[in-house]
Design a protein around this ligand. Structure first.
Ligand code: NAG
Ligand code: NAG
Ligand code: NAG
Ligand code: NAG
Length: 374
């Protein structure tokens, strides 16, 4: 009897513990303690931003309710999505007078983008990484290519500068690359190795002067407001899945090839505010998918192609077109002058020399344009 009681005494606690364990739900997405530590390290490296408040005592990041500014998705104990949207230089599209004081809010001088990405790449199963308006500064480190499985990289509205490291070519899973609204510059290297890429958004940087070379699967391209100074490359003809093309506000020159209007799936075509010249072919067949075309503020001459449709918006002011509504068109002399001054891309061998010349020519172009407009 005494023996029985003793054995019960010893057996019960484990039995109770087992029953209790069975009653508590076992989290299907419990994060490994290692990745837990990495997230806390990220909070520290980002200098404890408001959006990550309350993380310090966090036990399981996978159960955080997603919000517009923070989302963590886990699978089999690993983080697969990390989205952090801060308020340091709010996203470009939402900037107002009131928020403009945040514009120069970078992370402190102590911040090291190298250490930051080194820590990030220790989340080996990441598929979606969005780090927007959190004050990142410095050049994108070479080791970003260690994100072997990354499909979406959105690091828009930060202060990242320099060129895109060529190591990016090995990120074969990348579908969406959004570097918009940063301080990138320089030539965009050949991106044809990124065969899965569907979205490329480089808007509001200083990329250029040559047009990027891209693989054929792209669906959306946004190069708006950069320093591209080149012709529209005929290779774009091969991007037959393209739906959205915005190359506005650059210094793109030369003629507009008719193939652009007949790309089978192209819906949105924005070529506005460039140095495009010559007359449009009247023999254009517009794709029925095309619903928005903006060719305004270029140096275009001649007639508008017969591409009008009630379902299509066509904007063309600020050229020298002989349109019926011609009060928003310049005399053809304006466009002829503008086109003649539109600069050619510098030859690689004479880059520095021609850069100086370009500066000169650009100065002149600006002057002439202003004179004619006023
Ligand atoms: C990138 O982030 C911006 C700002 O939150 C958002 O508007 C945009 O849709 C995002 N793009 C992608 C591909 O995630
Ligand atoms: C490009 O990025 C900017 C800023 O995030 C965003 O406003 C815009 O919608 C994006 N465009 C495309 C085509 O993804
Ligand atoms: C163009 O991009 C720069 C950043 O490179 C930004 O400061 C500027 O306001 C943008 N301009 C327009 C018209 O969007
Ligand atoms: C017009 O386009 C058709 C096919 O797109 C072509 O066969 C024809 O030669 C073109 N005509 C002119 C004058 O360019």
């Amino acid at each position: 009897m005494k023996n029985f009681l003793v054995s019960l005494f010893y057996l019960f606690p484990p039995i109770i513990a087992i029953i209790l364990l069975m009653l508590t739900p076992i989290p299907s997405a419990q994060l490994t303690s290692n990745e837990n530590r990495i997230l806390l390290k990220i909070q520290k490296l980002l200098e404890y931003p408001q959006v990550l408040e309350g993380w310090t005592n966090m036990k399981n990041f996978c159960y955080l309710p997603p919000s517009p500014s923070l989302k963590i998705v886990c699978k089999n104990g690993h983080v697969t999505e990390l989205t952090i949207i801060g308020n340091k230089g709010s996203p470009f599209s939402q900037r107002t007078e009131q928020t403009s004081r945040n514009l120069n809010e970078t992370l402190s001088k102590r911040f090291s983008i190298d250490s930051f990405f080194t820590v990030l790449t220790k989340l080996p199963n990441l598929k979606v990484l969005s780090l927007v308006s959190i004050g990142l500064w410095g050049p994108l480190p070479w080791r970003i290519n260690r994100f072997a499985t990354l499909e979406v990289m959105n690091i828009s509205s930060n202060f990242i500068n320099g060129e895109i490291p060529s190591s990016i070519s090995s990120m074969k899973s990348l579908k969406s690359l959004v570097l918009a609204d940063n301080q990138f510059n320089g030539v965009v290297l050949d991106l044809t190795a990124l065969a899965s890429l569907e979205e490329l958004n480089l808007s509001d940087n200083k990329f250029g002067p040559e047009f990027p070379t891209m693989a054929d699967n792209l669906v959306r391209i946004n190069l708006r407001n950069n320093s591209f100074r080149c012709q529209i490359p005929p290779q774009l003809m091969q991007l037959d899945k393209l739906q959205h093309l915005d190359i506005s506000s650059n210094e793109i020159f030369g003629n507009i090839s008719s193939f652009l209007f007949s790309l089978p799936f192209l819906q949105y075509l924005n070529l506005a505010a460039n140095h495009l010249s010559g007359s449009l072919s009247l023999n254009i067949s517009c794709s029925s998918a095309l619903t928005f075309v903006d060719i305004s503020n270029n140096f275009l001459l001649g007639k508008l192609p017969p591409c009008k449709s009630s379902k299509r918006t066509v904007l063309y002011s600020g050229n020298c077109l002989s349109a019926r509504r011609s009060n928003d068109q310049f005399p053809s002399s304006y466009c002829k002058k503008g086109a003649a001054l539109a600069v050619k891309p510098p030859l690689r061998s004479q880059k520095d020399e021609s850069k100086m010349q370009l500066g000169l020519v650009l100065g002149i172009t600006g002057g002439v344009k202003e004179q004619i407009i006023t």
